[in-house]
Design a protein around this ligand. Structure first.
Ligand SMILES: C[S@@+](CC[C@H](N)C(=O)[O-])C[C@H]1O[C@@H](n2cnc3c(N)ncnc32)[C@H](O)[C@@H]1O
Length: 162
């Protein structure tokens, strides 16, 4: 996934405030912090051990713009202010549970990186479904970034509000 993490990180600029939901042991926050040096990155991970490894990784890499929260995304969604520029959702099994709420709540966000699994044929259907969740006009760009099973890909849909 290192190529994919770098692809996302290279789109981010220094002025941004970024949220990474489902941050695991923090590989996305770390790569984003190193490459893009944004103002702040918040990571949210429900698994305690994953979260603790994330804290250790931040310490080892001496990153000072990352805050990690050990909590369920569902709960954190109610608590975060609508003040972020970009949201990254690197959990193709889980992101579909929260994308609708994120589309409704975060009006100021400009870019969302949404991960899912899809066959080639289903990509246009998935894009349609995502487009309909947003009241704003959005540009979508879908990137295949891994294999899940024969004919099924891990995909990232870059959602950019116009
Ligand atoms: C596929 S892993 C990806 C981890 C990391 N983003 C990476 O790229 O290595 C998905 C992660 O999402 C976390 N997760 C699943 N549901 C969650 C939820 N509702 N709230 C917070 N984290 C969640 C899991 O514990 C797991 O660590």
């Amino acid at each position: 996934m290192s190529t994919e993490r770098k692809r996302v990180a290279r789109q981010i600029n220094k002025k941004e405030n970024v949220v990474v939901f489902y941050s695991g042991c923090a590989p996305y926050p770390l790569v984003i912090s190193k490459i893009a040096k944004p103002k702040q990155i918040i990571g949210v991970e429900i698994n305690k051990e994953g979260h603790l490894y994330g804290l250790e990784n931040i310490k080892l890499n001496k990153m000072n713009n990352i805050i990690l929260i050990n909590e369920d995304v569902k709960k954190v969604l109610n608590e975060l202010e609508d003040e972020y520029d970009r949201i990254v959702m690197p959990a193709p099994d889980n992101a579909k549970e929260h994308i609708q709420s994120i589309a409704e709540k975060f009006k100021k966000v400009k870019n969302i990186h949404y991960y899912d699994f899809s066959t080639e044929k289903e990509i246009p259907l998935l894009e349609d479904k995502i487009r309909k969740m947003f009241k704003e006009k959005v540009n979508l760009k879908t990137v295949k970034c891994g294999n899940y099973s024969p004919g099924k890909y891990r995909v990232c849909i870059d959602i950019r509000k116009i």
